[in-house]
Design a protein around this ligand. Structure first.
Ligand code: ARG
Length: 591
């Protein structure tokens, strides 16, 4: 079934055609002035010029045609020629019951008729470096976009695309060699088997990486050695590979834990390193086809275009010391993705500061034919999460805040907030802790997603975690409270039933809001903008509150009316829980 807007646009287009005009003028939109109309069409204004008629005259003809349709309670004309549509009660009830009766848990949202194959590249954590808050937005936004694509019926894979093949690996290897020169991993002549146990722990790595990176920044010799080690690792030096594998395994374990605390889950745990077997052939092909050229001992792929307003540096393919970098692994990843999945779209949910990098990669990929024009590559970038000083969020000591610490901080704030509202007070410790986690995650994710992804925002835990206002905890509470109303009703033997005509404006508004769902999800997905889901969830909760304040459901004597209101309440929670789930936010059963 098509969305409400599509159905109404179809009816309106039919009316335009019946009156002798092109169907394309039939598009409708939700009316911004609800007191005048539910939906509105401004096609008559656009048709006026080509048909050399007054817009009001066209509107009049079309409106007369539309009023014959039982879908509308009222069709009127406003201003210079807007056609205002008010839906009939019958139309509303039949659609709302269709949503409520959906047994597939989809609240009436159809899956796409043209399912696409989509890869969402998000997360982007780096091996051996701790996850930091910069990776937080990628995880939060990417997870939401992925869930939205999946829900709309697209064949979607989320890939974490680990940073595991860059200079940091050489830096850590050299730092370890400096500290433990006698380790067997550094003996180039060793031919036996390396120990299966890692010589370092995740905590060691978290201490070693900053030290190694600082040394490589301040000491040119250390830097050269790290570059050399990276190059040797990439060419498969055994001892380095064995060490690298340990780093990889322990880091991935730690990352999986962190991401799952955030309810972020990847289908693919691939990384830059997995492209290594493809690099040599790809580079050769690029040389053969004339896309890659030598410059100062390095191989580069020029990607500048005449229309460029800014200088566009070439993509660095192979450095003069033979090592490869970020551009090369991203290009080779495209070779791998086209070969293994042949996707229609690849969405990169990565920091906005990498815009130039992705321009280089996309141009190189299209120009060389690695990616055909029919596959869409998009950098769905995001802004930064800032501290109160408007600079990227840091710890009080001025260090980059680790994600782990941030999660702990949010969790304890959530516990505090729950105590304030006296929620979950007598639940057992495990349940209480899980509720605090859910409240904390809701606070964090909603506060992030409510902003358009390209903007920056200021981290403000007090505000994010409040149970009042436009926050995640407020919405969780709204859903949990409605669930508890329904539970109480069920305890009294009251069940939800068919939804009948709205008994008040407030109820009608709620029904109309619910009916926007399919259009909203499509719009959010097409624009890659989960903030629309946040706005919707918030206004749905508001519409429900106004409805609930207006009607005394439990005391209602008319049983059909009561069952209808319970049905509408049930549908509201289902939609709210669904939209929150698409934001990556899970709702506790009770609070
Ligand atoms: N590891 C990178 C970073 O920390 C992000 C990777 C994003 N994905 C990609 N295909 N380049 O900045």
């Amino acid at each position: 079934m098509s969305s409400l807007k599509e159905q109404l646009s179809q009816l309106t287009a039919d009316a335009f055609v019946a009156c002798g005009y092109d169907a394309k003028y039939g598009n409708v939109a939700v009316s911004q002035r609800r007191e005048l109309a539910d939906y509105q069409c401004n096609g008559a204004l656009q048709a006026a010029k080509p048909y050399k008629k007054k817009p009001r005259d066209i509107a009049q003809e079309v409106a007369a045609k539309l009023s014959e349709d039982a879908s509308f309670a009222e069709v009127s004309i406003a201003g210079p020629g807007f056609v205002n549509l008010r839906l009939s009660e019958q139309f509303l009830s039949s659609h709302i019951n269709h949503m409520a009766g959906d047994e597939n848990g989809r609240c009436g949202v159809p899956t796409s008729q043209e399912p696409l194959s989509i890869i969402v590249d998000y997360g982007g954590a780096n091996i051996a470096k701790p996850l930091h808050v910069g990776h937080l937005r990628a995880a939060i936004i990417g997870e939401s976009l992925k869930r939205l694509c999946v829900f709309l019926g697209h064949k979607t894979l989320g890939d974490v695309h680990l940073g595991d093949w860059g200079l940091q690996m050489g830096q850590i290897i050299m730092e370890l060699e400096r500290r433990n020169p006698d380790w067997v991993y550094f003996d180039a002549s060793f031919e036996g088997e390396y120990p299966s146990e890692s010589p370092v722990t995740i905590d060691d790595l978290q201490e070693i990486y900053p030290a190694a990176s600082a040394r490589s920044k301040s000491d040119p010799e250390a830097k050269a050695a790290a570059q050399q080690a990276t190059s040797e690792l990439q060419s498969g030096r055994r001892g380095y590979m064995a060490l690298w594998q340990h780093f990889f395994d322990i880091s991935v374990g730690d990352l999986k834990h962190n991401y799952s605390q955030l309810d972020v889950h990847f289908d693919l745990w691939l990384g830059e390193s997995h492209t290594q077997p493809l690099v040599a052939d790809m580079v050769q092909q690029l040389i053969d086809d004339g896309h890659a050229i030598y410059s100062d001992g390095a191989l580069i792929v020029p990607v500048a275009e005449e229309s460029d307003k800014k200088d566009m540096p070439p993509l660095m393919l192979v450095k003069s010391n033979e090592s490869i970098g970020y551009g090369t692994t991203d290009l080779a990843t495209l070779v791998q993705r086209m070969r293994d999945y042949d996707p229609d779209e690849i969405l990169y949910v990565v920091d906005g500061r990498q815009q130039e990098h992705f321009k280089q990669v996309f141009r190189a990929a299209y120009n060389s034919g690695i990616v055909p024009e029919s596959t869409k590559l998009e950098h769905n970038y995001f802004g930064t999460m800032n501290g109160k000083d408007r600079k990227p969020f840091k710890t009080r000591e001025g260090d980059v805040m680790r994600l782990d610490d941030l999660i702990q901080m949010i969790m304890s704030k959530a516990e505090e907030r729950l105590e304030e509202i006296d929620a979950a007070a007598d639940y057992d410790a495990t349940e209480k802790q899980e509720i605090a986690r859910q409240v904390g995650i809701a606070a964090l994710k909603f506060a992030d997603l409510v902003n358009h992804r390209t903007g920056d925002y200021v981290f403000d835990l007090e505000r994010f975690s409040s149970f009042e206002g436009r926050t995640g905890p407020y919405l969780l509470y709204a859903a949990v409270r409605t669930r508890s109303i329904l539970r109480k009703a069920a305890d009294q033997g009251l069940q939800a039933g068919d939804i009948i005509a709205a008994a008040s404006d407030e109820e009608r508004e709620l029904q109309l809001k619910l009916l926007e769902l399919t259009d909203l999800l499509r719009f959010a997905s097409e624009t890659r903008a989960p903030n629309h889901l946040c706005e919707y969830a918030y206004s749905l909760a508001g519409a429900f509150n106004r409805f609930y304040a207006q009607h005394h459901i439990i005391n209602e004597e008319n049983k059909a009316q009561q069952a209808s209101w319970l049905g509408l309440s049930q549908l509201t929670v289902d939609v709210l829980v669904l939209v929150l789930d698409l934001l990556g936010i899970s709702v506790p059963e009770r609070m």
